[in-house]
Design a protein. Structure first.
Length: 174
């Protein structure tokens, strides 16, 4: 099959997954779309190499994560991310939108405090449901490093959550 056809097929099948990963990494829909687009643009000229990989999606995912990490290293990328207004749910659904927004906001605030590699490891583990070897391949590190990144990231999140809880109980602000 022609590389153009293979590329178009891959984009149709995998864009949603890539956008979800990029959104969880960047915290912003426009930034996620830009990251996915830049990744695919960067890979298109060497698509035959991507397709020759054992797992093409792993190759693309690693490129996506590397693109995110490289963006974060640039000084101009240090912007403040604000939440977007969520879509309104049908009132008959019975979900509490306030709780959903509050929980989502808490997750974003906590993830934003983590170093980029820890955040990427947690996103791939808990939101993409990837195994340690796949995460290691995407981040370009060993299994022990993946486990360490996840462990330190979770410890930091627990510590910050506990500190916020104690602060709230004492009547202070987090």
């Amino acid at each position: 099959m022609d590389n153009d056809v293979l590329f178009a097929q891959f984009v149709r099948e995998q864009t949603a997954t890539l956008l979800r990963s990029a959104y969880l990494l960047t915290g912003s829909s426009p930034a996620a779309e830009d990251l996915v687009q830049e990744t695919l643009l960067r890979l298109f000229p060497k698509w035959d190499r991507v397709m020759a990989a054992d797992v093409p999606m792993a190759y693309v995912r690693r490129s996506l994560v590397n693109g995110f990490l490289n963006q974060r290293r640039r000084p101009q990328s240090r912007e403040i991310v604000v939440d977007e207004v969520p879509e309104r749910l049908d009132p008959g659904v019975g979900r509490d939108i306030g709780v959903d927004v509050s929980n989502r906001d808490l997750v974003w605030r906590l993830l934003a405090t983590l170093p980029d590699r820890q955040r990427a490891a947690l996103v791939m583990r808990y939101f993409e449901d990837l195994a340690d070897p796949e995460i290691g391949e995407s981040l370009g590190c060993r299994l022990g490093t993946v486990r360490s990144l996840i462990s330190r990231g979770l410890a930091t999140l627990r510590e910050k959550t506990e500190r916020d809880r104690v602060s709230n109980l004492e009547g202070g602000r987090p």
